[in-house]
Design a binder for this molecule. Structure first.
Ligand SMILES: Nc1ncnc2c1ncn2[C@@H]1O[C@H](COP(=O)(O)OP(=O)(O)OP(=O)(O)O)[C@@H](O)[C@H]1O
Ligand SMILES: [Mg+2]
Length: 291
């Protein structure tokens, strides 16, 4: 029921810049697959191709029988691919409930005319969607704030609402772009639990972009590592963590090449005493700019 997502030879160019260079990976049905790499590696670009926002120069993205690179965003959404954004994209003045109802729009059958005329069929449908929205809100921990304007919520709650809105599309593949960015430790752990709960109870595939390595290592089944648009490693979290290329890209190990900014001082992984591999940490941030 949940198809594989197969990305092959995906290349994306912006004037003079190859943001993705023949990248490939497969997201197994029902898995949490992490896409990691330093700032500017091409992670969000990949999401933008998968959701139909950017056009690929070449390569393919297959989700079951569908070739996503040929489709428009609403067609991709209709196949059950939902995403959250690196920067929160909720309507701040609308209540949480209305933001979530917007997420159900693609599933709504009654046209605007029927809804506008308050036909019984449209009323019944609205009630059904409302009930499902309440259920998803409960599941994601935003049930208490359904009537609050999204813009008034604290940051961590808004990130949850964004995730809830994506779930309201009843996706088969969920694309999460930095779901715990800007959150504190407690919020991060809760969000990690929620992502695992989504996988457990809905059985859907999750493609996760995240700089929080501790979280990636804890919840991902497979990890693909990008650096400057190229895939430099792929495997289980444990395999990727001890991959020399990954250590170099994250630690700036090729010292003096000037290509990588130093990591934030507070998140610098130290070589582990046992095998010399870095401990997971919030590494790989080149800069906060350019998002
Ligand atoms: N619309 C665009 N036009 C031109 N260049 C772009 C565009 N979108 C992304 N880029 C460039 O493509 C490269 C990859 O960017 P991308 O946003 O995919 O990186 P990222 O891996 O998501 O980084 P971060 O961790 O900072 O979010 C960067 O050099 C970026 O400046
Ligand atoms: Mg990004």
């Amino acid at each position: 029921m949940i198809p594989e997502l197969v990305v092959e030879d995906l290349t994306v160019r912006f004037a003079g810049l190859t943001a993705l260079d023949a990248v490939g990976f497969t997201v197994a049905p029902g898995s949490v697959h992490a896409l990691i790499g330093p700032n500017g590696a091409g992670k969000s670009t990949c999401f933008n191709v998968l959701s139909g926002v950017y056009r690929a120069a070449s390569g393919s993205v297959r989700f079951g029988d569908a070739e996503l690179t040929a489709l428009r965003p609403h067609q991709i959404a209709a196949l059950g691919v939902a995403r959250t954004f690196q920067n929160i994209a909720l309507s701040p003045r609308l209540s949480v409930r209305d933001n979530l109802m917007l997420g159900r729009h693609r599933l709504t059958k009654a046209g605007f005319l029927a809804a506008g005329l308050r036909l019984p069929s449209a009323r019944r449908e609205a009630a059904r969607h409302g009930a499902r929205v309440a259920e998803i809100a409960e599941f994601t921990g935003v049930g208490e704030v359904l009537d609050v304007p999204a813009g008034l919520l604290p940051y961590g709650m808004r990130k949850r609402v964004e995730l809830a809105r994506a779930l309201c599309m009843e996706p088969r593949l969920l694309l999460l772009d930095e779901p715990v960015a800007g959150m504190n430790g407690g919020e991060r752990r809760e969000m990690a639990e929620l992502i695992l709960a989504i996988r457990e109870s809905l059985g859907i595939s999750i493609l996760l972009v995240e700089h929080d390595m501790a979280m990636v290592m804890r919840i991902a089944d497979a990890v693909t590592v990008l650096d400057f648009g190229r895939r430099i490693a792929h495997g289980t979290p444990a395999e990727v963590q001890r991959d020399p290329e990954v250590i170099r890209a994250y630690l700036g190990g090729a010292a003096g090449d000037g290509a990588h900014d130093p990591r934030p001082a507070d998140g610098a992984p130290e070589p582990g005493p046992a095998d010399g591999a870095p401990e997971p940490g919030p590494a790989g941030q080149r800069a906060e700019a350019g998002r």
